[in-house]
Design a protein around this ligand. Structure first.
Ligand SMILES: [Zn+2]
Length: 143
């Protein structure tokens, strides 16, 4: 019986990918990394520490500069997608202004997404120190 309980517990841990999408702390997967949902005006505000387990998100000064490289990869992928989509829908090969407008619009619209998920990708998959640890998920929130 004890054993069965353990197994059901295992399955209640949130998945890595879902936690990343939700912007949860990479260590406990419970605390939010950001103060507000993705498309709100306050979405750029990031918490300095995890409210649940106390993990310091900026583990060293300049840590989030690395997120710029991730963000750069995102932007390149989005611009290529936006321009290919524009070609498929309009078959326009004459006007560079059309593509320029689409590219600028895409960059603006995707900016909050890039900002947030470049950091999420950095912390979840490019920082080996930030691994999920069950004990932090199970631990009660400190008062
Ligand atoms: Zn945490």
């Amino acid at each position: 019986m004890e054993n069965n309980k353990e197994i059901t517990k295992e399955y209640t841990f949130p998945g890595e990918f879902k936690s990343a999408i939700d912007g949860k702390c990479p260590r406990c997967r419970k605390g939010n990394m950001f103060n507000a949902p993705l498309f709100s005006f306050k979405s750029r505000k990031m918490k300095s520490h995890c409210p649940h387990c106390g993990l310091k998100f900026e583990k060293e000064p300049g840590y989030f500069y690395v997120a710029m490289y991730v963000s750069y990869a995102f932007v390149v992928a989005e611009l290529v997608t936006a321009c290919v989509a524009t070609y498929i829908f309009t078959h326009n090969l004459e006007s560079p202004w059309l593509y320029l407008t689409v590219a600028i619009l895409a960059a603006f619209i995707m900016a909050p997404f890039n900002y947030r998920y470049s950091r999420v990708v950095l912390m979840y998959w490019l920082t080996p120190q930030f691994k999920f640890r069950e004990e932090f998920f199970l631990r009660e929130k400190p008062e």
